[in-house]
Design a protein around this ligand. Structure first.
Ligand SMILES: Nc1ncnc2c1ncn2[C@@H]1O[C@H](COP(=O)(O)OP(=O)(O)OP(=O)(O)O)[C@@H](O)[C@H]1O
Ligand SMILES: [Mg+2]
Length: 257
């Protein structure tokens, strides 16, 4: 498959607990196995940073730790401001952990109380600059609308909203689309319905009503539950598992712009 745009920046978002991190991991596996794009994963969830564990790749430092170091060096005057400014790119690149299949950058948790704005501003800048070194960037977002409202994922090509088979998660998808229309310059938006089992036609009707394109249906998969139970990294899920097969089948459609 030839990408229509490089880098292709894809945000995976949705209500809490619907399976954003699981879906990000399965898409990452499908891309690295079958398309070999130069792939960057961004764990942008400051409160539940689980992507590292799922894909078995943990950076030495998060972006927030790097930001805190820079602030500390500046305040304590351990280094000249000029020198610090010149090294920022280098420091950020150090936060990217590489493996043979993909790289990973973790946003981390802002230290102490206070406004998230500086973190988000940095995050937005880093996403914009670092993405240019990759072909595909997958961002596992924080639950809900915050990162869209705060324009963290302003320059994103594709927004994949994950829902489960609950109306509440579809209502969140609707709000995310409305926020994205206001605050983001996305190229395409669509929904992945996760944990599908039995009849979920009312979910499909709601998606139609809200004009949310349904891109893929991923089944409830006992292997995912088993991996969770054993604390195993989902990236090693067998290729013949139901959920991975479905993601693989749809990955080209998911990356279409
Ligand atoms: N297709 C599936 N089949 C079975 N279990 C699943 C499936 N998708 C997700 N789960 C389970 O649902 C739970 C939540 O998944 P996940 O952590 O990916 O959600 P999330 O949206 O990233 O959550 P958060 O909002 O906390 O970041 C996990 O325990 C996971 O194992
Ligand atoms: Mg998550």
């Amino acid at each position: 498959m030839k990408l229509k745009k490089i880098p292709l920046v894809v945000a995976i978002t949705g209500k809490g607990g619907v399976g954003k991190t699981i879906i990000t991991t399965l898409i990452a596996k499908a891309i690295s196995k079958y398309f070999k794009y130069k792939l960057l994963l961004i764990d942008a969830d400051p409160t539940h940073p689980h992507l590292s564990k799922m894909v078995n790749l943990t950076p030495e430092k998060s972006l927030e730790e790097i930001r805190a170091d820079i602030i500390e060096k500046t305040i304590s005057k351990k280094a000249q401001v000029q020198e610090i400014a010149e090294n920022i790119d280098f420091e950020v690149y150090n936060a990217v952990k590489e493996s043979k299949d993909f790289s990973l950058l973790s946003i981390g948790q802002p230290e102490g109380p206070g406004c998230f704005c500086p973190s988000n501003a940095l995050l937005r800048k880093v996403i914009e600059s670092i993405s240019n070194d990759f072909e595909v960037v997958l961002i596992d977002c924080e639950a809900g609308l915050e990162q869209i409202n705060r324009m963290v994922i302003k320059s994103v090509d594709i927004i994949l909203i994950v829902t489960d088979i609950s109306i509440r998660s579809v209502e969140t998808a609707k709000s995310i689309k409305e926020a994205a229309n206001k605050f983001s310059n996305y190229g395409r938006i669509g929904v992945i319905v996760n944990r599908v089992k039995g009849d979920f036609s009312n979910i499909v009707s709601k998606l139609n009503e809200y004009r949310l394109p349904l891109l893929a249906e991923i089944p409830e998969d006992g292997i995912i539950t088993k991996f969770d139970l054993e604390g195993k990294a989902l990236i090693t899920i067998p290729e013949d598992s139901l959920s991975f097969q479905k993601v693989k089948e749809h990955v080209e459609k998911l990356l279409e712009i």
